[in-house]
Design a protein around this ligand. Sequence first.
Ligand SMILES: [Zn+2]
Length: 111
Amino acid sequence: MTSNEDYKQRLLSLRKEYEKKIGAIDADVHHKNEPVEKDFAEQATQRENDDVLNALNEDAKVIVSQINSALHRIDTEEYGICMECGIDISKERLDAVPYATLCIECAEKAD
Ligand SMILES: [Zn+2]
């Protein structure tokens, strides 16, 4: 059986990974002190890349906040309980998505 302590360790290392990712993306997006002598097409491509990076960054930030709330829920012993319907979230789901706050059925309904 996987204990909450195991999930906590997984969540903590996952959070570290995502924070590293966010830091790397921020550095990349803000790495703008290059000469702005590119032609229009290059600038457009650059902007598209930034949009993609920003979107990835937003996703990563959302996941970090979900990880934080999962960690909080471990402390308050609500971890692994669906926030919507209150049933236990399946072990398979928690193993796949340790920061899940909804059971698979509610997650599908939310989509
Ligand atoms: Zn549910």
